[in-house]
Design a protein around this ligand. Structure first.
Ligand SMILES: Cc1ncc(COP(=O)(O)O)c(C=O)c1O
Length: 423
């Protein structure tokens, strides 16, 4: 059955859009942190961050159905749910970030943020990590460094290497100095080329890069340089937001960053397509008067009610607080496993987003994409979903819904112990 569906997918969607696993999984149902495949088998979800509060959460289903049965209309009419949600969402940010524009995806949010950044600064140059992904619009394809896009990097983009204390022989001070020198050189080069610096875009967890362990003061130092050069800062919270990091509701707060724009997506609607750009009234005033910006599907009453219910569940079920505690205990267990397996690198991540680099050799010199892939496949055979990231595809990506609880963590760790023996 799955084989026939796969063939039909190839014949309609084409063979190029990625599917996970050597033999793709076909899911038919989900609840909480469990997915059910077409054969009726259950898989523990330790990968998906979109269903942040758990798959098919009953409160979200009820709120969505109720609002869909009353009114769903675009945003050029007044509606209390949309404004209520905007107030609730902005309440999670410091007072200076006091405006939100809704979008339908993370890509749209980053695209719109950079349109605003370019108009506010009058410049076009962009600093971005040299192994990153921020979305699929044509503008963002021009600054994608971590995935194939079939297009050259845009001339006004300068990729910078994000330092990782787990992947260097330099001291923290030397790594920081080298990284700042690279940023300074990139800003100078944009100036020389006549683009000037519009902005710096970063994922607050450096997820695509492989969950870098930053030297202390890196992000604040880069932000100071960007601001000094007249640029603006965009924190992409599509992966790191909505309590993912546990200790901080927004990932950039954990690393001490004060961005001018924050972009939102994935978990914002727990699966319902909603994203957003959060900024200040000052930034919006650079943009609003010159753009007749509206967005048919973004921020409808149904989206607003769903988004608001997600925020309420995160708060009522204290999911970020639980993610802090559970994440720390899982990391502790991973540290113990690391002592047993010399090919496991430093344990990375925070809250409920963690992993470790997998090496070929006991000296932990050569990252192993092959062994990492085998581990992901072995976890699947043990009915636990995870994935992998990083410039060498060698960092395990474990990022369950925040509804994950200690019994699920035990199951995850048991599967990992079995899988590690197999590779
Ligand atoms: C950090 C980051 N930003 C932006 C995006 C794009 O979001 P979307 O797929 O909703 O357009 C992604 C998607 O994977 C992402 O990981």
């Amino acid at each position: 059955m799955t084989a026939t569906l796969l063939e039909r997918r190839y014949q309609t969607l084409g063979p190029y859009s990625p599917l996970f696993y050597d033999e793709p999984l076909e899911f038919v149902a989900a609840h909480d942190v469990w997915l059910t495949d077409a054969r009726g088998e259950q898989y523990l979800d330790a990968y998906n961050n979109v269903p942040q509060v758990g798959h098919c959460h009953p409160r979200i289903i009820a709120a969505m159905a109720d609002q869909a049965g009353r009114l769903n209309i675009h945003t050029r009419y007044l509606n209390n749910h949309v404004v209520d949600y905007a107030e609730q969402l902005l309440g999670t940010f410091p007072p200076e970030l006091n405006r939100v524009l809704f979008t339908n995806s993370g890509s749209e949010a980053n695209d719109l943020a950079f349109r605003m950044v370019r108009q506010a600064t009058g410049a076009s140059g962009v600093l971005v990590s040299d192994f990153s992904y921020h979305g699929h619009t044509s503008y963002l394809a021009g600054l994608t460094t971590g995935l194939r896009t079939g297009e050259a990097l845009a001339a006004e983009v300068r990729p910078i290497r994000i330092p990782d204390m787990d992947r260097t022989t330099l001291s923290e001070a030397d790594l920081l100095a080298a990284s700042f020198a690279e940023v300074d050189a990139a800003i100078e080069s944009l100036d020389r080329a006549g683009y000037g610096l519009a902005g710096f875009l970063f994922d607050s967890l450096f997820s695509t890069e492989g969950l870098n362990t930053l030297p202390a003061g890196y992000i604040t130092g880069v932000i100071d340089r960007v601001h000094a050069a007249g640029g603006l800062v965009v924190a992409d919270e599509v992966q790191s937001g909505f309590g993912r990091t546990g200790t901080h509701f927004w990932g950039h707060q954990r690393i001490g960053a004060a961005p001018d724009f924050v972009t939102l997506g994935k978990p914002m609607g727990n699966g319902h397509p909603i994203g957003g750009v959060v900024t200040s009234s000052e930034m919006l005033d650079h943009f609003g008067p010159h753009n007749n910006y509206f967005n048919t599907f973004a921020g409808t009453p149904v989206s607003a009610v769903v988004g608001s219910t997600v925020l309420s569940i995160l708060q009522d079920e204290q999911l970020p607080q639980k993610a802090t505690i559970l994440g720390a205990s899982i990391k502790e267990s991973l540290e113990k496993l690391r002592a047993e397996y010399p090919f496991i690198g430093p344990i990375k991540g925070t809250g409920l987003f963690f992993g470790f680099e997998v090496f070929d050799d006991e000296a932990r010199q050569t990252p192993s994409a092959g062994r990492t892939k085998q581990l992901v496949e072995a976890m699947k055979r043990n009915h636990v979903l995870i994935s992998r990231i990083g410039r060498d595809d060698s960092v395990l990506k474990i990022r369950p819904p925040l509804a994950f609880r200690s019994e699920h963590a035990d199951r995850l760790l048991d599967a990992l112990k079995i899988s590690l023996k197999e590779v």
